[in-house]
Ligand binder design. Structure first.
Ligand code: SAM
Ligand code: DTB
Ligand code: SF4
Length: 371
């Protein structure tokens, strides 16, 4: 068994609450690696049953939250994250852009809202926000908030002061991923430490914002690294309110361009683990859905994923377009959480107008309406 490392155990020891149980739900932040491993290694049916049972006790089982992403500053990032197409250390053919203008952000947020998203996430390829950019970013938060959307940003490392300013501007969530285990971290990023990430998460929590923190699977990490990532997330002083689980998008030009794809059932198992050990957190099926079948995504939802990025772009890479997701939701009887009735109706109408039977790859679909 890998021992919890100093940084993780410090975080854990700083707020060791006793576990609380409500039915199948066990809420605690002192998970041992051996417990996480045992959950993961159950027979698949037992694991999925447990995850779905927990999910039904804490969430509406057929609702999925939808967030739309926008890159507000693209490329030329000084950090060397081995997975990232936006790092200035690698040549991925991406054209760099300055911070986008406020009106462009408002326009995109308005379209996202009209398409049915309830949260708008703005991402910048920065190590940390600096100088004249920061006041503009605060304006973006205020304007997006005015549209009635939840706001989320991911801008790199924050000072305590910056976190408070974002909170005062109306920012609901801050995304800052741990990405992998503390042990594997320096194989993926050398320009900052795992401890730096924990510090920013503490600033975000202390400022009273909701934490969105997760990681990436499929970067050549071992199973123990995946358990270590899950342990680090679940043993934060509070579980992150949102936990994005990304499947690596292997981008040409990055050091991970040839990384072997993660086995899809291993990925589903890890979603189930996240659901069980962080029972009240939204678990987001994040990057990588473009390469996932509908069936795999359905299994992830069954395993407890209840949030997605919605819209045809992530930051710089492709995501399934809204039409494909609307059809998938209709096919699974899933509704978008918090969408206004007219938006749900539009999403449903799009799905009905483009029945899945039109898609030749869906031969197994039984069209009950036609019989
Ligand atoms: N620069 C900020 C930071 O690193 O926190 C914000 C943007 S960064 C692109 C946000 C997250 O996107 C990363 O932490 C990583 O988890 C995810 N990400 C980036 N490239 C990815 C890829 N190729 N595949 C999967 N996830 C990726
Ligand atoms: C997260 O965990 N995944 C999103 C969001 N948080 C910011 C980003 C995924 C980026 C995938 C690569 C790209 O599009 O550049
Ligand atoms: Fe920069 Fe964030 Fe990409 Fe790392 S993940 S290179 S910090 S944009």
């Amino acid at each position: 068994m890998i021992q919890a490392t100093s940084t993780v155990s410090q975080v854990r020891d700083s707020k060791q609450e006793p576990a609380t149980f409500h039915g199948s739900v066990e809420l605690k932040n002192n998970w041992e690696l051996s417990e996480i491993k045992a959950i993961y290694n159950q027979p698949m049916n037992d694991l999925l049953f447990k995850a779905q049972t927990v999910h039904r006790e804490t969430f509406e089982p057929n609702q999925v939250q939808t967030s739309t992403l926008m890159s507000i500053k693209t490329g030329a990032c000084p950090e060397d994250c081995a997975y990232c197409p936006q790092s200035g250390h690698y040549n991925t053919g991406l054209s760099k852009e300055q911070l986008v203008a406020l009106d462009k952000v408002v326009k995109s947020a308005t379209s996202a809202k009209n398409a049915g998203a309830t949260r708008f996430c703005m991402g910048a390829a920065w190590r940390s926000p600096r100088g004249k950019d920061f006041p503009v970013v605060l304006e973006m938060v205020k304007e997006v908030k005015k549209l009635g959307l939840e706001t989320c940003m991911t801008l790199g490392m924050l000072s305590g002061e910056q976190a408070h300013q974002l909170k005062d501007a109306g920012l609901d969530y801050y995304n800052h991923n741990l990405d992998t285990s503390e042990e594997y971290y320096d194989q993926i990023i050398t320009t900052r430490t795992f401890g730096d990430r924990l510090k920013t998460l503490a600033h975000v929590r202390d400022a009273g914002m909701k934490v969105c923190a997760g990681g990436i699977l499929g970067m050549g990490e071992t199973l123990n690294d995946r358990f270590g990532l899950m342990q680090a997330l679940a043993n934060l002083p509070e579980h992150p309110q949102s936990v994005p689980i990304n499947q690596l998008i292997a981008v040409k030009g990055t050091p991970l361009e040839d990384a072997a794809a993660i086995d899809s059932l291993d990925f589903v198992r890890m979603i189930a683990v996240a659901r069980i050990i962080m029972p009240k957190s939204y678990v987001r099926l994040s990057a990588g859905r473009e390469n996932m079948s509908d069936e795999m995504q359905a299994m992830c939802f069954f395993a407890g994923a209840n949030s997605i990025f919605y819209g045809d772009k992530l930051l710089t890479t492709d995501n399934p377009d809204a039409d494909r997701d609307n059809k998938l939701f209709a096919r699974l009887g899933i509704t978008a959480e918090g969408a206004e009735p007219n938006q749900s109706a539009t999403m449903e109408k799009t799905a009905i107008a483009n029945p899945v039977t039109d898609d030749p790859s869906r031969k197994l679909y039984y069209n009950a309406a036609a019989s």
